[in-house]
Design a protein around this ligand. Structure first.
Ligand SMILES: NC(=O)c1ccc[n+]([C@@H]2O[C@H](COP(=O)([O-])OP(=O)(O)OC[C@H]3O[C@@H](n4cnc5c(N)ncnc54)[C@H](O)[C@@H]3O)[C@@H](O)[C@H]2O)c1
Length: 345
């Protein structure tokens, strides 16, 4: 007997991954139903996993066997399901970003706070074994204080059109760098105070999208004085290239490399590089493979949170704080000026 029943809304790139993990890999949960506005896709997926298919969110939520919900619709379509879920007070997992603009993000943060629902955000990098190890090392204090964050996030090809459009909750500052902004806050243990960002379009055709950028950079200053830099791109044809460095007082932690994925800790005792973990692949796989383990771990954590009735480990406030950095980066890239952030709702 499984402990809780889950319904997944949105069965595209990542919705399928979450549905698969819940159906096949998460022990304490059962996939009760899937919902997609594309009825054929919903039926096919339901047949594969032996669950019910819906095309209407409200109808799925009325299914009495659903204890918790997973929202994996395109970012601009998170509001409606989140409103329906919070009305029923059900716990839910929502893919990042919580919403596609600041107004909707704040609206949903307030709605969640006023409801009986608990929300966990899909900042999956926090659950990746290598990033979790980096967090452990930083918290152990062995490398002293973190002073510089570097994030590189490059897709091998452009994402779906909506995910390229800043007006639909896409674009590199929101769709991609939000991950870096969140993991930067998480690993540096600090909020981001200001952003100075730049954007350009030199390789991928804009296809009529306003303010389309295929490469962006964001220069960060943290509240305690640490510095950071992030680069995102969508034409890294050599592979899915995700790298992070947290340079600290007494050494550095490097995650990922163009030829091998893994984590390297460089410090005085062990010379320049000591590999801790590697993946066997010689080339970089795309996000579903690179972050495969993290998607399972974050869903396990969500299911445990619901069963144990505890607070989520990643919340809508984390989503709000990361989104503020994305919004500030967009403003800065437009104005050419450094933008300062305020924290809280
Ligand atoms: N954490 C990660 O690594 C990661 C990776 C990819 C995407 N995402 C996030 O996941 C979400 C989904 O992205 P994707 O790339 O899987 O999208 P997608 O475009 O591949 O698929 C979205 C699916 O939702 C369905 N849909 C749209 N509106 C709907 C509605 N109102 N009701 C029911 N179904 C609806 C569509 O028919 C489609 O099948 C986004 O918020 C995105 O930012 C996160």
């Amino acid at each position: 007997m499984k402990d809780i029943g889950i319904g997944v809304i949105g069965l595209g790139r990542l919705g399928y991954v979450h549905a698969y993990n819940i159906a096949r890999r998460i022990k304490r949960a059962e996939l009760i139903a899937v919902c997609d506005m594309n009825g054929e896709l919903a039926r096919e997926t339901a047949d594969e996993f032996g669950c019910r298919a819906y095309t209407q969110v409200e109808e799925m939520l009325d299914d009495r066997n659903i204890d918790a919900v997973c929202v994996v619709t395109p970012t601009a379509y998170h509001v409606e399901p989140v409103e329906a879920i919070t009305k029923r007070g059900k716990p839910f997992f929502c893919e990042k970003p919580l919403a596609s603009n600041m107004e909707d993000t704040i609206k949903l943060v307030k709605l969640i706070a006023e409801s009986d629902s608990r929300c966990q955000i899909g900042f999956n990098r926090r659950f990746d074994p290598e990033y979790a190890e980096a967090k452990r090392i930083i918290e152990s204090g062995e490398l002293g204080k973190p002073v510089y964050f570097e994030g590189i996030s490059r897709d091998p090809f452009p994402p779906p059109p909506w995910a390229c459009d800043p007006l639909k909750g896409g674009g590199l500052f929101i769709d991609m760098l939000l991950h870096d902004f969140d993991i930067a806050r998480h690993l540096m243990g600090d909020d981001i105070k200001s952003v100075y960002a730049r954007e350009t379009n030199m390789v991928v055709p804009a296809e009529g999208i306003e303010r389309f950028a295929d490469n962006v950079t964001a220069n960060l200053v943290f509240s305690k004085g640490a510095l950071g830099n992030c680069h995102a791109s969508m034409h890294a044809s050599y592979g899915y290239d995700i790298r992070t460095e947290i340079y600290c007082e007494k050494g550095s932690i490097l995650l990922g490399s163009p030829v091998k994925l893994g984590i390297t800790v460089a410090k005085a005792e062990n010379g320049v590089c000591k590999p801790i973990t590697f993946q066997p692949e010689g080339k970089m796989p795309h996000f579903m493979i690179r972050f495969e383990e993290s998607y399972v771990r974050e869903m396990e954590d969500f299911v445990d949170m619901v069963i144990e009735n505890r607070e989520p480990s990643v919340t809508e406030i984390d989503a709000l704080e990361a989104f503020k950095v994305s919004a500030a980066a967009i403003e800065s890239a437009g104005s050419g000026k450094e933008v300062f952030l305020s924290h809280g709702t």
